[in-house]
Unconditional design. Structure first.
Length: 320
């Protein structure tokens, strides 16, 4: 299986209204065929999943606004069909920044061809689907200034554990994973193609971002990784089986997922042991609970070892 390595800068992790990198317009966009109906667009910030078929185009995440023209150009190389749906896996700027422009470039299917009420509430352009908590993060109470423009807000939301969609001759399951990276995370499982868009629940470039202010927790993150493990059907001894599109980084398989889950679980256990011994945050940091993983995950600007250890420590201390 071909794996893609990315060198995109990361800034302001977990901030819904964070500005995009100044040099994002110079980012090199790469497109990778995954399997089935699925392609992966990388190099634009957060990875974008593209499902293509006779009904049109479905996207998972939209990256930054500054690369929308390049993203659209790559989609047009793949198909002349319109964008019908955009599924947002979180409210972070590197996942929803392009919503407004990509929505405007698309077209809603009248009435929808989905289960449930996803096709209701037709809007101009593509429909944007997300959990209710993503909508809450992107909007604001009456009288307050919203962190994102209303043109990029979800047009269809759900608060249940799962939302189902049938599009391009493929069953699609959208799972809400509460209190993982944030309280609004989702993963998207394309059943026929056997591909999962994992959002920021799976990364190959840095440690998990546990955004405590937005409802994230280390225990919820580990539970989300276990959900991914439960969904994957691997092919042992060869490339194949379920493939996973990470939120940042390269295309992954079951082995990559297991390695990431193992890393997160081991670091969590080490920090939990320090808490049981009564160690302060600084004392836990001094034990270097991530030392053997830092060469792989500890060098991303904006979210390094100290930030990760502090988030895990505070999350575990606050857990009941």
């Amino acid at each position: 299986m071909k794996k893609l390595l990315l060198l995109v800068p990361f800034v302001a992790f977990g901030q819904t209204g964070a500005p995009q990198p100044a040099n994002i317009a110079q980012a090199k966009i790469e497109v990778l065929p995954v399997q089935g109906n699925i392609h992966m667009i990388a190099g634009a910030g957060g990875n974008i999943t593209v499902q293509i078929g006779r009904d049109g185009v479905l996207l998972v995440d939209s990256s930054y606004a500054g690369v929308t023209d390049k993203v659209l150009a790559e989609i047009k190389k793949l198909t002349n069909k319109p964008i019908r749906y955009i599924i947002s896996t979180s409210a972070d700027a590197d996942h929803v920044g392009g919503n407004t422009a990509l929505k405007a470039a698309g077209a809603t299917i009248a009435g929808g061809n989905v289960s449930g009420d996803l096709g209701a509430g037709a809007s101009e352009g593509a429909q944007i689907v997300a959990t209710e908590n993503v909508m809450h993060r992107m909007s604001a109470p009456t009288g307050k200034v919203a962190p994102t423009p209303s043109s990029g807000w979800p047009t269809s939301t759900f608060f249940t554990e799962e939302k189902k969609l049938y599009f391009n001759d493929e069953g699609i399951q959208i799972y809400h994973l509460p209190n993982a990276h944030t309280d609004g995370d989702a993963i998207v499982f394309f059943r026929r193609s056997d591909v999962i868009a994992a959002g920021d629940l799976l990364l190959t470039t840095h440690y998990p971002v546990i955004d405590l202010e937005k409802g994230g927790s280390i225990n919820g993150y580990i539970a989300g990784l276990q959900k991914l493990v439960d969904l994957v059907v691997p092919v042992y001894g060869q490339d194949g089986g379920t493939l996973l599109i990470s939120g940042h980084g390269r295309l992954c398989d079951f082995g990559d997922l297991l390695n990431y889950r193992e890393m997160v679980t081991i670091v969590c256990d080490r920090i939990q042991d320090g808490i049981k011994k009564g160690l302060t945050l600084e004392q836990v940091k001094a034990t270097k609970p991530t030392f053997d993983y830092d060469p792989l995950y500890g060098k991303a600007p904006g979210w390094g070892t100290d930030q990760f250890v502090e988030a895990v420590y505070k999350s575990l201390k606050g857990a009941k």
